[in-house]
Design a protein around this ligand. Structure first.
Ligand code: MRU
Length: 350
């Protein structure tokens, strides 16, 4: 990805230090957050300094690598990295990418800390390459002058580079197609309004931010030709966990005959998870619903209450879209149907 003409990845490791784009500062400021140890990287995942399934997968892998480096100075190397594994896995429950990366780097770390660092860097590099290919696959579905809707942020920032749902859009734009994107705000954390819109702006893709509840109406008016979202975990039967609000969009898309695609790398597939019923949905603090923050016209930041004082809120961060609402899964190995049979075949590429 290019930010102000300079190439960046969302997250990377230099020595023992993990560096990442500070997503909580965007779009108002572009800053790099630096983490010196695995606990700081865990904190970055929990507080969403780094967020998005692929990016937190890379962060989790790097956190394990940091833990292995730290463990070299401990009396019991293995006990230290086992404890670190539990700490990283406890940061966020839904994105499968996190658990995949932790397992891979932990196993490498049982050989040596050096192997752990190599494996974490390999996983991050492989993620960027896989997302590039997803862009190419998805672009084949996009026709000239299509209006595409997306939910949450599944662009560069949610991965190491390129993105999942947005990679086909960026590729379509680069290959000369005219596309228009509707970006849902994605309350309560506004990943669509803040991050997706920022990325589309950086790539000069024409777009509009829409309220989360405007989607079905626009579909009914023939304004949306296709919807592409990312995924945080895909079960073996094709059910997809993604940012809260995805389910209602998928139901509306089916009603209006609009293709609904989900783009994801293989590390998002949980081949051992039978169906969406088995996916753990993260519940986040009600503060995210009741309060919002942002700058005023002069640029000073404020935190303001959005809701009735004294009321509580619920904040489930994800929902599960049953496979029957999904037209196809865009992967680096082609577009596959959300069925047991097709998903099983992907396992050989992992
Ligand atoms: O912002 P998060 O980490 O809570 O949300 C995860 C996501 O990025 C979205 O669900 C996205 O659509 C999945 S693809 C990265």
């Amino acid at each position: 990805m290019k930010v102000n003409g300079k190439h960046y990845r969302t997250i990377w490791m230099e020595g023992h230090r993990v560096k990442m784009i500070h997503q909580n500062k965007l779009p108002f400021a572009f800053e790099i957050f630096e983490s010196d140890d695995h606990l700081q990287t865990c904190h970055a995942i929990k507080t969403m300094i780094v967020r998005g399934a692929g990016a937190i997968g890379a962060a989790a892998g790097f956190a394990m690598a940091q833990a292995c480096l730290e463990a070299q100075n401990q009396t019991d190397y293995q006990q230290y990295i086992r404890k670190a594994k539990a700490a990283v896995e406890a940061t966020r429950p839904t994105a499968q990418n996190l658990f995949y990366a932790v397992k891979e780097v932990f196993e490498a770390g049982m050989q040596s800390a050096e192997s752990a660092v190599i494996r974490a860097k390999e996983l991050a590099a492989a993620n960027a390459e896989e997302m590039r290919k997803i862009g190419e696959t998805g672009n084949q579905l996009i026709q000239q002058r299509m209006n595409i809707a997306t939910h949450c942020n599944a662009g560069w920032l949610a991965f190491v580079d390129y993105g999942s749902a947005l990679a086909p859009v960026f590729e379509a734009k680069r290959s000369g197609k005219e596309v228009f994107v509707y970006a849902d705000e994605t309350r309560p954390r506004n990943q669509g309004a803040r991050l997706t819109a920022w990325e589309l702006h950086q790539e000069n893709v024409p777009h509009a931010i829409i309220p989360d509840n405007a989607n079905a109406w626009l579909m009914s008016q023939g304004k949306i030709d296709m919807m592409i979202t990312g995924a945080d975990r895909i079960a073996a039967n094709g059910d997809v966990a993604n940012k809260i609000g995805t389910l209602e969009k998928a139901i509306a898309a089916k009603e209006y005959g609009i293709p609904f695609y989900v783009a994801a790398p293989l590390s998002t597939f949980d081949f051992d998870c039978e169906s969406g019923n088995d996916i753990i949905i993260e519940n986040r603090s009600d503060e995210e619903v009741l309060w919002q923050e942002g700058p005023d016209k002069e640029g000073s930041f404020h935190r303001i209450r959005m809701a009735n004082p004294g009321s509580n809120a619920l904040n489930p961060a994800f929902d599960v879209t049953p496979a029957k609402y999904i037209t196809g899964l865009i992967t680096a190995h082609g577009v596959v149907s959300p069925t047991h049979a097709d998903i099983r075949q992907l396992k050989e590429f992992l």
